[in-house]
Design a protein around this ligand. Structure first.
Ligand SMILES: Cc1cc2nc3c(=O)[nH]c(=O)nc-3n(C[C@H](O)[C@H](O)[C@H](O)COP(=O)(O)OP(=O)(O)OC[C@H]3O[C@@H](n4cnc5c(N)ncnc54)[C@H](O)[C@@H]3O)c2cc1C
Length: 458
């Protein structure tokens, strides 16, 4: 195949990846008088199409001023979540509004709106490698599969939204701060199928989550209705643990969680990875902002990453607009992205990483006990997932009453976890105000995580 080389293009902003993170950034940056190019390797009608549970909380749309999914973009309004203990004897209901979406249709709608407001969108186009000069990202060499052309795109800022692949930032020199890699144990391997059901679903407004360390070690099973007769069913397990393949788990246990699923009427299936850690230590450096899964923005406990991808895209857009006012695209000028993101989500996310590390160590018996005895209550769980604060009034009371007869070591650890969660959240709330403070702050974070690990392994 002959590649035609090398057209030169010039933009203010190059956005690589048109998933939830990249499309949100484009949407918020459009109509601001800037020349913006968004590229995605996928053909237009597949942008936004990736293995996902497709559940997104309503608050993200409200907080960021994004339009709600509507028409075919909205498959089911969510009223709450039902959470089941491993032995299925305890069912908790946590109320909260959300949407079960058709992700490709919603993403393409957002991109179309951005395009109508002047953003250039090129599908079937891949960023092959960065243009990196004088310690700054200055753009990318891109390949357009439709025209078979390679071009050099120069831009003042690159917004890297390549998802879990990290396919652009991973090609930057290793000493460049945003190249930080992830430990496989800080990711979930997840798989899902979307299929019709044999009968109508009883309560389509409720997402079901099943915790069980045998059928989904370090993760959970989900059953997310997409209307009365369609469901997204799948599971996630912790990565890097040497477990059997995700498909082995799916084939063995799917009928336990979705007995009504008609696999002969399957619409789509597939698996992917999702990061379950605190965000990248810095989402920015000279000339680049990393957003979405590539910046490790997903929720460490439940792996939901669409809302936080939107938050990071929003923060990136806001910062870039200020950077253009200043005419400065250095790490210092783009730094506000970190502060915006950590205040809105990253601090809670860091505290939930510790909670996730704790939960993954529990046995099914611990979880059965904890849920039955309400060591943490539904409201506490909701509070923890909204703010990252774990309130232990009940556990403390329980400790006094049942120490000796219950599971004092579990309760003691839980109290310890809540303290560490508070401390790491504080550290993230006091994120350094400029790049100079990053090294010191980072050493504090690493020290705290190492202390936490020691405390948990006692
Ligand atoms: C099985 C599973 C279930 C999940 N369930 C949920 C859920 O119910 N709710 C929820 O909120 N989250 C869920 N998540 C997480 C969620 O899917 C992600 O966090 C979210 O979609 C991340 O969005 P993104 O824009 O960062 O990345 P992506 O959606 O992955 O988008 C990245 C885009 O970049 C493009 N790209 C990559 N490299 C290049 C390149 N070099 N050049 C050009 N384009 C490139 C890709 O084609 C892609 O379109 C789930 C994840 C999995 C795996």
């Amino acid at each position: 195949m002959q590649v035609i080389f090398l057209k030169q293009l010039s933009y203010d902003i190059l956005i690589i990846g048109g998933g939830f993170a990249g499309s949100t950034a484009a949407w918020h940056l459009s109509r601001k008088g800037l020349r913006i190019l968004l590229i995605d390797s996928k053909p237009w009608n597949r942008i936004g199409d990736k293995p996902c549970g497709d559940a997104v909380s309503k608050e993200h749309f409200d907080n960021l001023g994004m339009p709600y999914p509507e028409g075919e973009q909205l498959e089911q309004k969510i009223e709450g979540i039902k959470l089941y203990s491993p032995d299925m004897s305890t069912e908790w209901t946590v109320r909260g509004e959300g949407f079960e979406i058709n992700a490709p249709l919603y993403t393409q709608r957002i991109l179309k709106e951005a395009r109508d407001r002047g953003v250039d969108v090129m599908d079937l186009t891949t960023a092959m490698r960065p243009i990196f000069e004088d310690g700054h990202v200055r753009g990318a060499v891109i390949f357009d599969r439709r025209s078979n052309e390679q071009s050099e795109v120069r831009a003042k800022v690159v917004i890297e939204a390549t998802g879990y692949s990290k396919s652009f930032r991973s090609k930057l020199p290793q000493e460049f701060p945003v190249t930080e890699d992830l430990d496989e144990r800080d990711a979930d391997i997840a798989y899902r199928e979307v299929a019709y059901t044999k009968e109508d679903i009883e309560e389509p407004g409720y997402l079901k989550i099943f915790i069980n360390q045998t059928t989904s070690p370090g993760g959970y099973w989900w059953y997310f209705p997409k209307g009365r007769d369609k469901v997204n069913i799948g599971l996630g397990i912790q990565g890097g643990m040497g477990y059997p393949s995700i498909y082995t788990f799916y084939e063995k246990y799917w009928s336990q969680y979705g007995p009504d699923v008609d696999r002969n009427k399957m619409i789509v299936k597939g698996g992917a990875l999702v990061p379950t850690r605190r965000p990248l230590d810095t989402l920015v450096w000279n000339g680049i902002i990393v957003v979405g899964d590539s910046g490790y923005t997903a929720n460490p406990v439940h792996g939901g990453g669409k809302g936080s991808a939107m938050i990071s895209g929003f923060c990136a857009a806001r910062t870039v607009l200020d950077a253009f006012e200043r005419g400065d695209f250095s790490s210092a000028s783009l730094w506000e992205t970190n502060i915006c993101y950590n205040q809105r989500y990253g601090a809670k996310q860091a505290s939930l990483e510790l909670f996730r590390r704790f939960l993954q160590r529990l046995t099914d018996e611990d979880i059965n006990y904890g849920m039955r005895k309400k060591v943490i209550k539904e409201e506490d769980l909701l509070e923890a997932s909204t703010t990252g604060d774990l309130h232990l009034s009940v556990a403390e009371k329980a400790m006094r009453v049942i120490a000796g007869i219950g599971r004092p070591s579990l309760l003691y650890k839980l109290k310890n976890v809540s303290q560490y969660m508070k401390e790491i959240k504080e550290l993230y709330k006091n994120y350094p105000e400029s790049p100079e403070g990053l090294k010191r702050w980072n050493a504090q974070v690493k020290g705290l995580i190492s202390d936490f690990e020691k405390a948990m392994s006692k």
